[in-house]
Design a protein around this ligand. Structure first.
Ligand code: PMP
Length: 356
């Protein structure tokens, strides 16, 4: 087997070796059943246990109770961008959106198919290099407010869950379970699995049960949170392997504990931002005060340094640091599974490059 890369991909992202080993074992023989995890029936007792444990772990890690429904859905973030307004935004109603990056903008554009959209704050004009100011006053007649807790492409992150007088909906795809947060401020939050939770194919959606009575149009079960909740995420054949591996990752996070995870994430981010700040040829793109603990986006003032970083990181077995195709430069995604030692390796490579 080849040596594992020091991997900073933005998603699909690094998973801990021990999680991968357990998932690999389950592919050949799930829990001594003589069946692969890829073969077990989704309505059998084995998957029922996996589903239940995953839901319990999500509740534990988020500090939420039985007033929330935990769903595993398919279709990724983009599917949620449509499903949220489809369920909660009536044709003559308006929803508020915070436009803090590419994915926020995609979410608000999807909502326009279903009803009115008011952009409550935006940092688009500054190329999303900082967070916009959270609106001082929010109209109480908005159907909901949607925001993105961490902007994966631009490397900005809201430090806290804001107060909101109407149902707050959060896309937490790239920072769920990375720092302690008050999840109870949200009426609904969701995250694609492929960053901090597991492999692509499963999307975690957590919805407060009272929201299920607020669905504004008649929808087929597959597109309705009510229909999906009633079927316990088993309406269609779920991605059993993706949910199983996510459950292993949730166990891994719970075993470390959120406090430890958050502390490590802060230490990793500080190490990398400090290195970039002190280097004459590199600079962090996101402004101070808005910087993400998960996606460190940086550029170089000097093409030679940029080329050197690309070449030397490859030599050092590092992969996945190129910036998103829409913005270029570099991005190191330092999700939960990326270790401080991984970040130290990258820092060493950056420090080995001379600046002009
Ligand atoms: N939201 C955020 C914050 C993301 O970073 C991404 C993609 N990486 C998405 C949504 C879209 O997810 P998907 O590719 O699963 O549609």
């Amino acid at each position: 087997m080849s040596q594992p890369k020091i991997y900073f991909g933005a998603g699909p992202a690094k998973l801990p070796q021990e999680v991968l080993a357990k998932a690999a074992e389950a592919i050949l023989d799930y829990n001594h059943t003589g069946l692969s995890i890829l073969e077990i029936p989704h309505r059998g007792k084995h998957f029922e246990e996996i589903l239940e444990e995953s839901k319990q772990l999500v509740k534990e890690l988020c500090g939420i109770g039985d007033d929330y429904e935990v769903l595993w859905l398919q279709g990724g973030g983009r599917h949620q961008f449509a499903m949220i307004p489809m369920n909660f935004l009536g044709e003559s109603a308006t929803a508020g959106y915070i436009d803090s990056g590419h994915w926020s903008a995609d979410a608000l554009n999807a909502a326009k198919y279903y009803g009115g959209v008011e952009v409550l704050a935006s940092s688009r004009e500054d190329h999303y290099t900082h967070l916009p100011h959270w609106p001082k006053a929010i109209r109480k007649d908005l159907a909901y407010v949607h925001f993105t807790t961490n902007n994966t492409i631009y490397g900005t992150q809201w430090p806290d869950m804001p107060e909101c007088p109407v149902p707050l909906i959060a896309d937490m795809s790239s920072d769920i379970f990375s720092v302690q947060r008050d999840y109870t401020k949200c009426a609904l939050f969701y995250a694609v699995a492929q960053k901090n939770i597991g492999p692509a194919g499963a999307t975690l959606v957590v919805v407060r049960k009272d929201m299920l009575d607020r669905i504004v149009r008649s929808l087929p079960d597959a597109l309705s949170y009510q229909g999906q909740a009633a079927a316990n995420s088993l309406l269609n054949t779920p991605p059993v392997f993706a949910i199983y591996t996510s459950m292993l990752m949730l166990r891994w996070i719970a075993a470390k504990g959120m406090e430890q995870i958050a502390q490590e994430n802060r230490a990793k981010a500080k190490l990398l931002y400090d290195c970039i700040e002190q280097h004459p040829a590199f600079y962090a793109v996101a402004q101070e005060g808005s910087r993400s603990l998960m996606n460190v986006v940086f550029r170089s003032t000097d093409e030679a340094a940029e080329r050197a970083l690309t070449a030397r990181s490859t030599e050092a077995n590092i992969e996945g640091i190129q910036g998103h195709r829409s913005v270029g430069g570099f991005r190191a995604s330092i999700y939960n599974a990326v270790t401080l030692a991984d970040v130290q390796q990258l820092v060493e490579v950056i420090n080995s490059i001379s600046g002009s």
